[in-house]
Ligand binder design. Structure first.
Ligand code: SAM
Ligand code: SF4
Ligand code: SF4
Length: 339
């Protein structure tokens, strides 16, 4: 196990398998056009496997596949199968917008995927279309049904809460989650790269969310647990458990053991990082496994990132990256980083 400068171990890796997406969520991809990663730079499954092996050698045992939209990557179950066969990976998960999930849920389960998280911010098809710019609500709901019936170890629904957009739907989303057997997690709207329309006023804090839920359900109690998971979990009086990810108003950088690999092999040690470490070049230049492992050890031991805490401390909070800078470097975008 390796520790960074704040004694945080490296345990978890999010692997983005594509930067392309079939939605355009307002809080992630609000613009009309985008700069994409060159296709030749996108890692093959074999290259991803080699990099993941280097990470597991340093102590990573949790891997999450993400995007862009990961189900747009052709033959994704083949990658899932290859990763599921690695005994060093104890937790293999996927985050998806669910649009293509109905077609793929069964194959993903067969390939050995453990857990699945579907992003769904609203139960209203019109609001969904406004929020994502695509009329795919029905497909996502069918995808969630398919994932529920296939029976993954866990099924979660992640909802970004935005004031004046879907903040009136917390209760309905929780009830929907209970109905389909999914744990709902509410995410505070973050000022990450790509969120060019972000304003502090649009953020609904964890405190406000709890207040809204308590006024409907009665006292909500925290679920006591020792984990580095980003969501704090709570239980309703009837036992229903849900999570809140309070990255914006109460960040949890002190226990952050996560990092992310973009589809073209850029390793980012923080969601807010402005630069990363390129793995594609050394890999394609013939680096040995030992050299990749050493690169991870060196860079992680230098890590001092605490991006969300620094953002919280900044006086006048505006979107993180100006649009002109985003247009020059796709790596700065949330949809490239995978969330
Ligand atoms: N396309 C897939 C999906 O939407 O689930 C995977 C990639 S997406 C970038 C991963 C997660 O990031 C999603 O749950 C999404 O809601 C979240 N996300 C994107 N932009 C965000 C923002 N500005 N604030 C909070 N969460 C955000
Ligand atoms: Fe929405 Fe995910 Fe696509 Fe971003 S990457 S636009 S959050 S579906
Ligand atoms: Fe980890 Fe960076 Fe997020 Fe803080 S802001 S929790 S250091 S990824």
């Amino acid at each position: 196990m390796i520790l960074d400068r704040f004694e945080r171990p490296l345990r978890s890796l999010r692997v983005s398998v594509t930067d392309r997406c079939n939605l355009r969520c307002q809080y992630c991809m609000p613009e009309t056009d985008y700069v994409w990663l060159p296709r030749d730079n996108v890692l093959s499954f074999e290259e991803i496997g080699r990099i993941v092996d280097a990470f597991t050698e340093t102590g990573v045992d949790r891997v999450r596949l993400t995007g862009g939209e990961p189900l747009l990557r052709r033959d994704l179950p083949r990658l899932v199968e290859a990763l599921a066969a690695r005994s060093a990976i104890h937790d293999l998960a996927l985050t998806t917008n669910g649009v293509l999930l109905m077609q793929h849920a069964h194959a993903l389960k067969l390939a050995g995927l453990h857990r699945i998280t579907v992003s769904l911010d609203t139960l209203d098809p019109h609001r969904f279309a406004t929020l994502t710019r695509f009329d795919e609500h029905r497909a996502v709901m069918a995808g969630i049904d398919a994932a529920a019936s296939v029976g993954f170890r866990s099924l979660k629904i992640d909802s970004v809460v935005i004031r004046g957009v879907n903040d009136g739907e917390l209760v309905d989303l929780l009830e929907y989650g209970r109905h389909v057997g999914a744990e709902v997690r509410f995410i505070e709207y973050m000022d990450v790269g790509g969120a060019t329309r972000w304003t502090p006023e649009a953020v609904v804090s964890r405190r406000e969310m709890l207040r809204a839920l308590e006024s409907r359900f009665g006292p909500v109690v925290p679920v006591a647990e020792e984990t580095s998971a980003p969501a704090d979990r709570y239980a309703l009086p009837d036992g229903t458990v849900f999570g809140i990810i309070s990255s914006t108003t109460e960040p949890f950088c002190a226990s952050c053991d996560r990092s992310r690999l973009t589809a073209d092999g850029m390793w980012l040690m923080c969601l807010y990082a402005k630069a990363g470490t390129d793995f594609r070049r050394p890999l394609r230049a013939g680096a040995t496994q030992e050299e990749l492992v050493q690169l991870i050890r060196t860079m992680w031991s230098l890590r001092a990132d605490r991006g969300a805490e620094e953002r919280l401390a900044s006086e006048r909070r505006l979107p993180l990256i100006p649009l002109a800078a985003l247009k020059k470097d796709a790596h700065l975008e949330m949809h490239t980083r995978g969330g």
